[in-house]
Design a protein around this ligand. Structure first.
Ligand SMILES: [Zn+2]
Length: 432
């Protein structure tokens, strides 16, 4: 003990000293009367197993404030819209009055818009109060958006509930053994994603005729997550495709929504490699094939795509229809002039969908595949002419693509490096 403290203590008057000693003694006694820590533990234990309930807890008082709002007890019913059913037919089927519907659709244009766009199998959720009055109607617009018509006084108001979408990245890769489609399905890609990849590379690769075994691809894409659950796929951020030993890279520029290669050149080019949806094509290119009618091997001046009659045929590039007609050799045919240099020809069509002189856009349907003219079976005969000379449309050198420049290019190149790095990291992760 501190000597100074002792000295001060002894200098105090006797009564003061006695009071201090008395209080100290009281404290010591009180300490002995308190339960031993092990007893406290035991009590707690008993409480947990439910033998003793030493304390009444008002659970309601502890719950968050928003749960204390006066609650309307509601009854919810879900109904599916039947084929051909309008809102008025649906309301009458459910025993709801036309005046109620009228009140709802005139309360708010947004409610009118929702209720006039019902489609078969749409699910509507009806909320009733205890007096059986409809006080809320819900329609799910998407996994993360619900439209609500909520009763407010005599009228209804429109509310759209939006949940936050979180985006996460995912990756897929595949080596092609039978077909691009099968490989992509095997890599768990959806039909939409597969068509997007074919679209991204459709100016460089003819997916109908150019794909070979051991071609391969990898793709980085978004997944949308709402409240921890997967709700759908987002954009393809980057992809790489190796076709017959040649590798093509594409990265999304989020500002424009367009894809560029790793040098900042646009993936979109003046001509599609294939004027037919690759999924429907059944034959391959054979430069030495015999003519279907004469049986002679002759230099084939175009590419044949065998596919079912009626398959849409697309304009390979923007242009003007030079001719749209019929003769006994070509059958129904369409010629398109794309500039002073390029002409594309489409033969043996079942139907022509464009007229001479008409402007067409790349990818626009100009007709359907058929077996008209001098053929043995339905196919598209496609020709690509450069300065009136026939070229192989799948190998011809096409006009240069537009490139990004300046600041835009600088920003894109940084992103491209990041994305291609991600592709590579995923590939390594997946092959480990
Ligand atoms: Zn042909």
């Amino acid at each position: 003990m501190n000597r100074d403290m002792l000295t001060i203590f002894h200098r105090l008057p006797f009564l003061h000293q006695a009071l201090i000693c008395g209080f100290s003694a009281l404290i010591v006694v009180a300490l002995f009367l308190l339960p031993h820590p092990s007893q406290l533990y035991k009590q707690e234990n008993n409480y947990q197993v439910g033998r003793q309930y030493p304390l009444e807890i008002n659970a309601k008082a502890l719950s968050p404030i928003e749960e204390k709002k006066p609650m309307v007890i509601m009854r919810w019913e879900t109904h599916k819209v039947r084929s051909g059913e309008s809102a008025s037919v649906l309301f009458s089927r459910l025993g709801l009055s036309p005046s109620l519907l009228h009140n709802m659709v005139t309360s708010d244009p947004a409610i009118n818009k929702q209720l006039s766009r019902l489609r078969p199998n749409d699910e509507l959720v009806f909320g009733y109060d205890q007096q059986n009055n409809l006080i809320q109607l819900q329609r799910k617009i998407s996994p993360y958006q619900t439209f609500k018509a909520v009763k407010s006084g005599d009228k209804f108001i429109a509310v759209t509930d939006k949940k936050d979408i979180n985006v996460q990245l995912n990756y897929a890769q595949a080596n092609i053994s039978s077909s691009f489609w099968n490989a992509a399905i095997g890599a768990k890609l959806t039909p939409n994603q597969i068509m997007s990849i074919a679209g991204i590379f459709g100016w460089d690769i003819d997916f109908a005729l150019d794909i070979r075994p051991n071609d391969n691809f990898k793709v980085l894409f978004e997944e949308n997550i709402v409240e921890g659950e997967f709700v759908g796929y987002g954009r393809i951020l980057a992809a790489q495709f190796t076709n017959q030993g040649q590798t093509f890279k594409a990265i999304l520029d989020p500002k424009s929504g367009n894809y560029y290669d790793d040098k900042g050149r646009a993936m979109k080019k003046a001509f599609l490699r294939s004027p037919v949806d690759f999924r429907r094509v059944t034959s391959n290119f054979n430069p030495n094939r015999r003519h279907p009618v004469t049986g002679k091997v002759k230099a084939h001046r175009g590419t044949d795509y065998a596919a079912p009659v009626g398959t849409p045929i697309y304009a390979a590039g923007d242009g003007v229809v030079l001719k749209s007609g019929y003769n006994k050799f070509n059958g129904n045919y369409v010629f398109i002039k794309h500039s002073n240099i390029y002409i594309t020809k489409y033969l043996h069509l079942q139907k022509r969908r464009v007229k001479g002189g008409q402007r067409v856009k790349q990818g626009q349907t100009i007709g359907t595949l058929g077996g008209t003219g001098r053929v043995t079976g339905p196919h598209l005969h496609y020709e690509f002419l450069v300065n009136h000379v026939h070229k192989n449309p799948r190998t011809v050198k096409l006009p240069e693509a537009k490139s990004l420049t300046g600041e835009k290019k600088k920003a894109f190149m940084q992103l491209a490096e990041k994305r291609l790095g991600e592709l590579e990291r995923y590939r390594i992760l997946l092959t480990q």
